[in-house]
Design a protein around this ligand. Structure first.
Ligand SMILES: Cc1cc2nc3c(=O)[nH]c(=O)nc-3n(C[C@H](O)[C@H](O)[C@H](O)COP(=O)(O)OP(=O)(O)OC[C@H]3O[C@@H](n4cnc5c(N)ncnc54)[C@H](O)[C@@H]3O)c2cc1C
Length: 277
């Protein structure tokens, strides 16, 4: 499916943001490859849009949403997944088929591609711990097999040694023995601590070394503080909520205000986890 001037507020969990000049949802990797071969515009690949803020001026180029690339297959002890598969589905599949260690993914609203790009993590686990290899696609539509060491991976950080490629699939290996984590308990814990169900991008800032961003923000007395329609959650100070009226500008201005306040009080630079585009 290809559309013009698509509102990105419909595709980002912040429910704010400008228009994509072109918006494309491929049905298969082959269709994506064909499209890229004929494309000269700048590309932005997205999953569920749960960690991006697209400015109100929009994206001049093509936004490619890969949610329909969502096949999963098992080959001996590893799982092959396409990048559009949601983490919730992957986690549920693992839970029902004796693959252990994927429980934490049930609490992260994203796709495999987004988790690869962000090294998504929760409750002490990170996505790249379970990656054996990935398949990427370049801007000319060529498919490439990449090893784990083609990427430098850290806390919510992934650096491609070959930039300009997008994730289309991954080979994953989970544990064979059950651990201590339980999906129901993790979801309950998350619902207790976070404003789930409201328009947000999850944690806006990375935790600085030996500190919690939420605690620093709370100590600046910012819980509940709003700029336009963007408010700092009363439940979790590292979450910004769109109360329904926020523009991307409101959200970005609030992000900058928080950074300034924390720097003034603690001399600490809060780095955003959310990608501002
Ligand atoms: C309520 C809530 C709770 C959250 N909790 C957590 C949490 O506990 N832990 C955590 O880590 N995150 C959390 N997040 C943030 C978010 O869910 C994760 O970062 C997730 O991995 C983003 O996946 P996505 O598919 O939505 O990616 P998007 O938001 O669509 O994209 C994020 C980035 O990845 C890039 N990208 C996406 N797909 C691809 C691809 N196929 N190839 C190359 N680049 C790609 C995009 O260009 C963008 O730069 C939370 C978000 C919300 C709203």
């Amino acid at each position: 499916m290809l559309t013009h001037n698509e509102s990105m507020a419909r595709h980002c969990s912040f429910r704010a943001g400008g228009l994509a000049q072109i918006f494309f949802e491929p049905n298969s990797i082959e269709e994506l490859s064909e499209f890229l071969k004929n494309n000269n515009l700048p590309v932005l690949v997205i999953g569920l849009g749960s960690n991006i803020l697209i400015r109100d001026s929009g994206f001049e180029g093509v936004v490619i949403k890969i949610g329909k690339l969502n096949e999963l297959s098992v080959i001996s002890n590893s799982i092959n997944v396409e990048a559009g598969l949601t983490l919730a589905k992957l986690s549920r599949y693992c839970g029902n088929n004796n693959f252990y260690g994927a429980e934490f993914l049930s609490s992260i609203p994203g796709t495999v591609g987004g988790a690869l790009a962000m090294n998504a993590g929760a409750f002490g686990s990170e996505f790249w711990n379970y990656v054996l290899s990935v398949t990427t696609i370049d801007s000319q539509g060529n498919l490439i097999s990449r090893k784990k060491d083609d990427f430098e991976v850290g806390y919510r950080f992934v650096n491609h040694k070959h930039p300009g490629e997008y994730f289309v699939a991954a080979k994953l290996k989970f544990n064979e023995e059950p651990g201590k984590q339980n999906i129901k308990e993790l979801l309950l814990k998350r619902n207790k601590l976070q404003p789930i169900g409201m328009a947000s991008c999850g944690s806006v800032f990375k935790n600085p070394e030996s500190n919690y961003a939420a605690e620093l923000i709370e100590n600046c007395n910012l819980k509940g503080f709003c700029i336009g329609g963007a408010c700092i959650s009363n439940k979790h100070a590292n979450f910004i909520i769109n109360n329904g009226e926020a523009t991307a500008k409101d959200i970005e201005t609030l992000i900058k205000y928080i950074q300034k306040s924390v720097f003034k009080k603690y001399n600490i630079n809060l780095e955003t986890e959310v990608k501002i585009i």
